[in-house]
Design a binder for this molecule. Structure first.
Ligand SMILES: Cc1ncc(COP(=O)(O)O)c(C=O)c1O
Length: 370
């Protein structure tokens, strides 16, 4: 290693290189298909995309040459009306991902820890590592329920030397990749711990569970994250937000990049919130399609789907290779997510698409029953 390489922070040098996701256009070229013919069910995006009014406002917006409002006053006011908490509790980010990174930077010193409940969304672990944090994993059970006693024990162990090194506990509901929801009683217990509890509700709009947002107003250590990526079809524009205790807001304002949220995302987010009547039937259609997809997957002999409250379904593959299935689907232009790691062996995660996407997917999967 060169002298200069040694200048890089040791925790970053120790990290595995990022496994870059192949861009959509490159993948379509590789598969020899036009992007418009690809059925993309691998990243829990909204196949209907943004509303026509969002597209129109983006096309007509005259001020792309002006820097955005660092405080996102208009968007936070609209969000306040959407989530029913005062705007001074709301922080907006360049995707919920940015906020996860900011939280790690705010709370973690090298050697501090996050408590993670895998299998779950990978960014908590990633951002903790970038900040030099340790990741303490407390695995979910076979139904993907969080292990409350295990989480309590993990915090006690990490804090055993009296230093309170356990800083952040991440809980996702509905959980990615399986779509199960967090039991409010479990959260009540976990909120008694001396850690910041981050509840990630990225898929809230697809679930029937009540939001934990109102709880934030009554607690000092609860944060709830949300995004426009899924329900509003704005994954590519990067727009997320969170609801925070006021004391945390105070610190977030100190460390945020002034122009973290760009004007296009702001225009799109504001318009999507205005255009909720357009989105409602789409969200309903996705939820209904999820149930149809679930039943279809259940009827395939070698698949074991898990019930989901998200816009995706996790499927355990039995008696054949999930990897080969994923590749066979890709050859037909259907992309799904493959997992083979602790707690997620030989599995696929399939995002809910349009009805014709389900039909095409199921037709290929049925071929393998023969
Ligand atoms: C649980 C969870 N949280 C957050 C995100 C990222 O949200 P955003 O696109 O707003 O960064 C995702 C994206 O897949 C997710 O699954």
């Amino acid at each position: 290693m060169s002298l200069f390489q040694e200048l890089v922070r040791p925790n970053v040098r120790a990290m595995d290189p990022y496994a870059a996701i192949v861009p959509f256009e490159v993948l379509s070229r590789r598969l020899g298909r036009d992007p418009s013919t690809i059925i993309k069910l691998d990243a829990n995006e909204n196949p209907y995309g943004p509303s026509p009014r969002v597209r129109e406002r983006l096309a007509q917006f005259p001020y792309y040459h002006i820097y955005p409002d660092p405080q996102q006053e208009a968007l936070r006011a609209a969000l306040s009306e959407y989530v029913h908490v005062p705007a001074d509790h709301i922080f907006v980010g360049h995707g919920a991902d940015e906020i996860i990174d900011l939280l790690c930077r705010l709370f973690l010193r090298p050697g501090d820890a996050i408590i993670n409940a895998p299998p779950t969304f990978g960014m908590y672990e990633f951002d903790a590592q970038v900040s030099g944090g340790e990741v303490v994993n407390v695995w979910r059970d076979e139904h993907f329920r969080v292990d409350v006693a295990g989480l309590v024990e993990a915090v006690a162990q990490v804090n055993g030397d009296g230093e309170n090194r356990a800083k952040l506990l991440f809980l996702t509901t509905p959980n990615n990749p399986d779509g199960s929801v967090l039991d409010p009683d479990a959260l009540r217990v976990l909120l008694e711990l001396p850690v910041m509890v981050v509840v990630d509700e990225a898929y809230f709009e697809f679930s029937d569970q009540a939001s934990f947002v109102p709880w934030v107003l009554e607690r000092e250590n609860l944060i709830v994250l949300r995004t426009f990526a899924k329900w509003a079809g704005l994954a590519g524009l990067r727009l997320g937000y969170g609801v925070f205790p006021l004391w945390v807001m105070d610190y977030l304002w100190r460390i945020k990049q002034p122009y973290n949220v760009n004007v296009a995302a702001t225009v799109a987010g504001l318009t999507a919130l205005e255009d909720r009547a357009y989105y409602e039937p789409i969200l309903q259609a996705i939820k209904e399609e999820r149930e149809r997809l679930y039943r279809a997957l259940q009827s395939i002999s070698y698949l074991h789907p898990y019930p989901s409250q998200g816009n995706f379904i996790l499927v355990r593959v039995e008696g054949r290779s999930a990897r080969e299935l994923q590749q066979a689907l890709a050859q037909e232009g259907i992309l799904v997510r493959y997992f083979d790691k602790p707690g997620l062996h030989n599995s696929l995660r399939i995002s809910v698409g349009k009805p014709e996407h389900t039909d095409a997917l199921v037709a290929v999967l049925r071929e393998f029953e023969r």
